[in-house]
Design a protein around this ligand. Structure first.
Ligand code: COA
Length: 178
């Protein structure tokens, strides 16, 4: 599968083994890891990248897609399906190489990722949790049509500091209403 975006060079596709060097090069950045969960390694080593590529599902719908510039990985966008009564929801996450920030790439990628996922799953809701200081990501979600749903106070601890967290979501019904 292959998703093109409104930016001609930017598209999304499943992760491949050949992405290894680009994944290490772009993911190994504390400015990226600082905005993500601690399970996103920093430093991001070859071993981490190999393990990540290896854990991608071999069959069925991909859970993570490479964001590519001229077919070279420059970021990743993915979702985590929730369980039990939350199984109609997926948590959504992404990162873009710092070399490419501020060019509308994350926004363009979300705009194709969301309809793709709703079209190929039974999900009715996608949500993203954003650390309060991450103004870029909050802006991206607003630009991509997500709705701000609320602020969880003192919800996360990152690098020893406690922060509030913003929650944004988009519904399948919101998407069809557009
Ligand atoms: C968040 C992230 C994906 C954004 O990617 P991107 O491709 O640069 O995003 P876009 O270019 O589509 O949009 C960025 C927006 O943030 C704005 N922005 C950037 N820095 C800002 C700042 N300090 N204050 C306010 N707005 C800012 C940009 O101006 C732009 O908005 P605009 O189009 O209205 O001008 C990227 O910064 C990243 O990978 N960060 C680290 C990982 C991360 O935060 N992931 C999300 C976790 S919830």
């Amino acid at each position: 599968m292959y998703l093109s975006t409104e930016i001609p060079q930017i598209s999304l596709r499943p992760l491949e083994k050949r992405d290894l060097p680009d994944l290490i090069r772009h993911a190994d950045n504390p400015h990226i890891a600082g905005n993500l969960r601690d399970r996103f390694p920093s430093p991001y080593t070859e071993k981490d990248a190999l393990a990540y590529l290896d854990m991608q599902p071999k069959v069925g719908l991909p859970q993570n897609l490479a964001i590519t510039y001229s077919d070279q990985l420059i970021g990743v966008m993915g979702y985590i399906p929730q369980e039990d009564v939350y199984r109609i929801s997926a948590e959504f996450g992404y990162w873009v190489s710092e070399d490419y920030w501020g060019k509308g790439i994350a926004t363009a990628a979300i705009k194709v990722f969301v309809p793709w996922l709703f079209a190929h799953s039974d999900l009715v809701r996608m949500y993203a949790n954003v650390f309060a200081f991450n103004v870029q990501s909050r802006r991206v979600l607003e630009k991509a049509g997500f709705t701000f749903e609320g602020l969880s106070r003192d919800a996360v601890i990152k690098r020893g500091v406690i922060y509030d967290e913003y929650r944004f979501a988009i519904l399948k019904s919101d998407f069809h209403a557009d």
